[in-house]
Design a protein around this ligand. Structure first.
Ligand code: ADP
Ligand code: MG
Length: 336
């Protein structure tokens, strides 16, 4: 029996080896083919559900965060973003579902690989930036004095390290908070609305920092209600609406899964009627005197549409192809 089990294990591991080899070869020849399982996930959520009394803050939320991504959790206020981050950081317990960090259930060793910023920490106003980080370092036990110098350089506060915290701009205060989460050199950073309350300059600084952190090999999970932020810094997105996952994927894909065709003619209603030939979602905008309809990405053929309208006796005075922006998608997804 023991030998049969061992043989089974051997065959099984050989199968996995052969499969990996086969796809490695395939991958080298056809790098455009995506093999989902070759990509490793830093975080996997499955069916996370959370109630606060009668209020259901999260409903069966499942998605994967690929290694090296900047993963945006996007949703309007109250959609469950902070609740979700609190669960994956073990601050709150889910009522149902589970999550894996690096393919494993949570453990103290794994938690050390994760830096987080859920709430802006209470730094001491009369202490300098560097002294505040030393306090954070000694309380958390993460990182060393030498790390502090390096981290201050990373967040571009090294020159101002000796200035008192109270003299910092809002952007600098937030960068110091991110510096605190970088103690101990975590592989993953979890940031809740890191640009909230900042002026445009502060926002730009934080965005630049996030991109630099990604480029230096960190995976970053970032909650935001700002679409613009997700579009600018994230590679992947999960959109939440009232605790439900609406969609998830690469930002480019989620952003462009439909194209819009915009047209106009003297007889707007007549135009809308004949366009039913192409789509059941034709809308008339009487203010702009335009008709528009969506088509699956990459399928719009303007010359065909033009000659079809002409053959039906309608002469177009406007024909435009528009890529549907994530903004429109986000608005539609979270408002109907
Ligand atoms: P977001 O971060 O997207 O703004 P939250 O996760 O803070 O959303 O909140 C999601 C929902 O859960 C909201 O309806 C909110 O009122 C509710 N909620 C969050 N925290 C608590 C709490 N501690 N007690 C009761 N309800 C809560
Ligand atoms: Mg929140």
């Amino acid at each position: 029996m023991k030998y049969i089990k061992r043989l089974g294990k051997f065959i099984c591991s050989f199968d996995i080896f052969a499969l990996t080899l086969k796809h490695k070869v395939l991958f080298n020849y056809y790098p455009q083919i995506k093999f989902d399982y070759i990509m490793s996930y830093v975080l996997s959520l499955s069916n996370i559900t959370k109630f606060f009394g009668q209020v259901q803050a999260l409903k069966d939320v499942s998605f994967n965060v690929p290694e090296g991504s900047v993963f945006g959790i996007l949703g309007p206020n109250g959609s469950g973003k902070t609740t979700l981050l609190s669960i994956i950081l073990d601050v709150l317990k889910a009522n149902n579902g589970n999550f894996l960090w690096f393919g494993q259930p949570g453990s103290p060793a794994q938690r050390r690989k994760i830096g987080s910023l859920l709430e802006t920490p209470n730094f001491y106003h009369y202490l300098s930036g560097v002294d505040n980080l030393k306090v954070t370092q000694s309380i958390s036990g993460r990182g060393t004095d030498e790390d502090i110098t390096q981290i201050l350089q990373k967040v571009k506060l090294y020159e101002r390290r000796k200035s008192r915290f109270k003299t910092y701009s809002l952007g600098m205060k937030q960068r110091l908070a991110i510096a605190g989460s970088l103690l101990g050199d975590p592989k993953v950073l979890v940031l809740d609305e890191p640009t909230n309350g900042l002026d445009p300059e502060g926002i730009a600084e934080i965005r630049e920092l996030i991109i630099e952190l990604k480029n230096s090999g960190h995976t970053i999970v970032i909650a935001s209600h700002l679409l613009d932020e997700v579009e600018k810094v994230c590679t992947h997105v999960a959109i939440l609406k009232m605790g439900t996952l609406i969609t998830t994927g690469e930002v480019n894909e989620v952003m462009q899964d439909e194209d819009m065709v915009e047209l106009s003619a003297a007889d707007l209603n007549g135009l809308a009627i004949i366009l039913q030939h192409f789509s059941t979602h034709v809308t008339i905008n009487n203010v702009s005197s335009m008709v528009q309809f969506p088509l699956p990405k990459g399928t719009a053929k303007l010359d065909e549409i033009n000659s079809f309208c002409f053959s039906k006796g309608i002469v177009l005075n406007h024909l435009l192809f528009k890529k549907k922006r994530l903004e429109t998608r986000f608005f539609e997804l979270t408002n109907n």
